[in-house]
Design a protein around this ligand. Structure first.
Ligand SMILES: C[S@@+](CC[C@H](N)C(=O)[O-])C[C@H]1O[C@@H](n2cnc3c(N)ncnc32)[C@H](O)[C@@H]1O
Length: 277
């Protein structure tokens, strides 16, 4: 009886020592992290002012929360040249405006098919699949990004309500739009966007229907959709942006597209950064 008590006392004191060690490590990690965050916050307030810094913080929290909630990694910016592709860089749409746009849709699980052009690491595809779409499709030029997107879809699987998700490696400008697509997400610009509008035109000609277009674009590129007389702006989604992006929801007003936009010159693209550092 005495021997057993001795053993228990020995194990307990050792485990208390181990616990103290871990607590110490966590405390010092926590203190260092807090100091680093505080100094970053002070630098941010000094450079951008209090209001902008508060907006940035709200966005930073939202970005990190959704990545954690879905268990995915889609935040980091990637330059097209690092992917070996000739096209737009990878920069994900922000979660807050994306959520607002998706919540505003009247989705019919029997009818609606969602398509993201230039789906990158799959953030928009995953978010769309948390809603009851019949099908969600992502079209992306980079196989490297598609591999990450597929991993992200697997990781978020338990949160998804749509169980038919396709990730396709293709050039969006030549990809033939399936004729049942009813919601399109566009976070691309320039010549690819003009070509995508032509592909949508062809699909509408074959199968006339209403299409909702969620269009996120930086103010420094031309809004090609604004030049289309067959599209009407239904709403503007407030969206955080260090560089002034806009997020507009368009709807087709004609069952068949009429005019296609002409591309005029674009302004240079400023460098971007990720909120998840
Ligand atoms: C600005 S990111 C948008 C990513 C995602 N749609 C989002 O909003 O979170 C643009 C994406 O388009 C892809 N891309 C560029 N050119 C493309 C093309 N011709 N066809 C398909 N995807 C392309 C890039 O690799 C990048 O992932």
């Amino acid at each position: 009886m005495t021997e057993i008590t001795g053993e228990i006392a020995f194990v307990d004191s050792e485990s208390i020592l181990v616990q103290w060690k871990f607590t110490g490590i966590w405390l010092s990690f926590g203190i260092r992290r807090t100091i680093s965050l505080a100094s970053r916050a002070i630098r941010k307030i000094r450079s951008d002012g209090l209001i902008e810094s508060l907006k940035y913080t709200r966005e930073w929290i939202s970005e990190n929360y959704h990545e954690w909630r879905l268990g995915i990694e889609s935040a980091e910016y990637v330059q097209a040249r690092d992917l070996g592709i000739d096209g737009v860089d990878y920069a994900p749409a922000d979660y807050r405006s994306l959520t607002t746009a998706l919540r505003g849709l009247d989705i019919s699980p029997a009818r609606d098919v969602f398509l993201d052009y230039g789906s990158g690491k799959g953030r928009v595809v995953v978010m769309a699949a948390t809603y009851p779409f019949r099908r969600v499709i992502g079209v992306e030029l980079s196989e490297q990004l598609n591999a990450i997107a597929r991993k992200n879809i697997q990781r978020a699987a338990r949160k998804l309500r749509c169980n038919e998700i396709e990730i396709i490696t293709a050039d969006a400008s030549t990809y033939r739009v399936p004729d049942d697509v009813t919601v399109v997400f566009l976070n691309i610009g320039g010549r690819i966007l003009a070509a995508v509008l032509e592909r949508l035109n062809e699909s509408m000609a074959k199968s006339p229907r209403k299409i909702t277009i969620l269009f996120k674009y930086p103010r420094w590129v031309d809004n090609l959709l604004g030049q289309c007389d067959w599209l009407t702006v239904r709403r503007e989604i407030p969206c955080y942006s260090e560089f002034g992006e806009r997020f507009l929801v368009y709807e087709t007003t004609a069952t068949r597209f009429k005019s296609l936009p002409r591309i005029v010159g674009s302004k240079p693209i400023p460098s971007s950064s990720s909120l998840r550092e």
